[in-house]
Design a protein around this ligand. Structure first.
Ligand SMILES: *[C@@H]1O[C@H](CO)[C@@H](O)[C@H](O)[C@H]1NC(C)=O
Ligand SMILES: *[C@@H]1O[C@H](CO)[C@@H](O)[C@H](O)[C@H]1NC(C)=O
Length: 509
């Protein structure tokens, strides 16, 4: 713990601590074909799991959300709405069934500054602000020539590889975290597709956590835009880094986390599919409409900077019990009160949304296109070459059995790059998996682990691994979290650091 304490001290003295809070929304306020952003005033195409203000409706704007009588989130001041497509299971006989969630949803508010303009700080979402992250019609992963099963290159290389277009970043802002509470957790935003049923059955006994990072660089004027995206942009490392030109107002970086209990379908033949007809997760997306009072939120952004991320560490929030959160429900419009969206359904998704496999976007595929299988998955050989894997911002390696940082005996332990293990079902060429190695680290590295645990089934953990040298660098610019796999030799580690240096200098003009 000495190491952690000293690191926190370094961060604090540099005034750059990665402050954040984790908004817990234990109650699902609704499950319905409603989407006031994309389908205002009408029933939406697909069903969403909805969290937040009871003022949510097919027409709700900021005033209606703010006037909601309750919220399904922990802080009563948060009258925002958060929604994303619900997951279903398609049985072999063609019938669909709701996949239940564990623990509601978490919305991380990361208060990362723009690395290019840290003095400007973080601005609260203005009243009426809303946005969409992800693309419901997307049915493939296309970043350069990468296959979706490849591990991402380390973040410091993205710019050099030409992989920082907004479209690239948006695809990497989607994550599917395989949960096995008996293992070292996977990193956040590491796998960008929903694993197939056999993989989930064999490897994810505690379900799958869907992760979605929202853009946090704003153009400073528009509360929304025609496609609900172009008024905002991702910084070049998704969670942090440099905001692109014209988007120099930094907002809180929002990240959704929702756990689906895919494990309840273990051994049952069929496939998982999202309510928007997406069976591989490429089209996972989410919507956010702020229902905060802007002034209050600005106070919170400036005050609630405890590095624990706990809501209870912020004196501004009035917290309500989990029961109260669960009791808060939206009112359904007449058109939808009788629509069966929970439990077992007939042979279609709500709204009769067809399942559309890729690679062409769902909306350009001919109606009735006869597609019955996933896009072909080339066999990919894992390349353990990446010396280090950068995990997003504060790193939310979730869902470990509860224990807190000071009682952990694993302080100096290398977290292996989250990498799918061999699929249990037969594959043409099984993908070899590097075993998590705990070899000694190259000299000069210090590994730090900090854990934060919430109650209930949703437990989140922050892992910090840095080099001594890098902390000094970081003090001059920004904080970055670096996870280093133990397989690298000192030479490679130094090269990795050089990349970081270059990246930083490139951005500092
Ligand atoms: C992959 O998806 C993108 C975005 O939907 C689309 O523009 C592109 O055409 C797709 N690629 C193929 C091969 O269909
Ligand atoms: C962690 O556990 C120790 C010993 O059990 C306890 O004293 C300490 O308060 C705990 N810390 C947190 C942050 O819960």
């Amino acid at each position: 713990m000495k190491v952690t304490n000293s690191l926190v001290a370094v961060l604090a003295s540099a005034g750059l601590s990665e402050a954040f809070w984790r908004m817990e929304c234990r109650g699902r306020a609704g499950l319905a074909r409603l989407d006031p952003i994309v389908a205002p005033g009408r029933v939406s195409q697909h069903a969403h799991a909805i969290f937040g203000s009871s003022g949510f409706s097919m027409n709700s704007g900021h005033a209606e959300l703010a006037a909601g009588s309750c919220t399904s989130c922990a802080a009563v001041e948060d009258k925002s709405a958060y929604w994303s497509p619900q997951m279903y299971f398609k049985h072999e006989d063609g019938t669909f069934e709701e996949v239940t969630q564990a623990g509601g949803m978490l919305a991380y508010y990361l208060l990362n500054k723009d690395a290019g303009n840290p003095d400007k700080g973080v601005k609260a979402f203005p009243n009426g602000f809303r946005m969409v992250a992800g693309d419901s019609n997307r049915r493939n992963y296309s970043i350069g020539s990468r296959n979706f099963k490849d591990a991402d290159p380390e973040k410091s290389l993205w710019a050099m590889l030409g992989e920082t277009s907004q479209e690239d970043l948006a695809q990497r802002a989607v994550g599917f975290n395989c949960l096995d509470y008996n293992k070292t957790p996977e990193g956040a935003l590491v796998r960008h597709y929903l694993p197939e049923k056999g993989y989930l059955d064999g490897n994810c006994p505690d379900g799958i956590r869907l992760e979605l990072m929202f853009p946090s660089c704003w153009n400073g004027k528009d509360l929304d835009s025609a496609n609900h995206k172009s008024h905002v942009a991702y910084p070049d490392l998704i969670t942090d880094g440099w905001c692109p030109k014209g988007f120099d107002t930094k907002l809180p970086s929002l990240m959704f986390e929702i756990i689906y209990e895919t494990n309840k379908f273990k051994g049952i033949p069929g496939e998982f599919v999202m309510a928007n007809g997406d069976a591989q997760g490429f089209g996972f997306h989410g919507d956010f409409a702020s229902g905060w009072d802007e002034e209050f939120l600005q106070d919170a952004v400036e005050t609630c900077t405890d590095p624990s991320g706990l809501l209870s560490a912020c004196p501004l929030f009035n917290l309500q019990s989990e029961d109260e959160q669960r009791q808060c429900q939206i009112e359904l419009p007449e058109d939808l009160v009788n629509e069966k969206v929970t439990g077992k359904r007939g042979k279609s998704l709500p709204g009769d949304v067809p399942i559309r496999y890729g690679p062409a976007p769902a909306n350009v595929q001919a109606p009735g296109a006869d597609q019955t299988s996933h896009i072909p998955v080339p066999t990919v050989t894992y390349q353990p070459a990446e010396s280090s894997a950068y995990q997003p911002g504060g790193i939310f390696n979730g869902d470990a059995p509860s224990s807190n940082s000071s009682s952990s005996s694993e302080e100096v332990k290398v977290t292996a790059l989250a990498q799918p293990e061999p699929e249990p079902e037969p594959e043409p060429t099984p993908t070899p998996t590097p075993t998590p190695s705990e070899a000694p680290l190259p000299s000069g590295y210090e590994l730090v682990r900090t854990e934060y645990v919430t109650n209930g089934k949703v437990v989140s953990k922050i892992v910090v691994i840095e080099t001594v040298e890098y902390v000094m660098l970081a003090a001059a610019t920004e904080i970055e979290t670096v996870t280093v796999t133990a397989t690298l030799d000192a030479q490679k580690a130094r090269r990795g650091l050089n990349h970081l240096h270059r990246h930083r200098h490139a951005g500092s003009h």
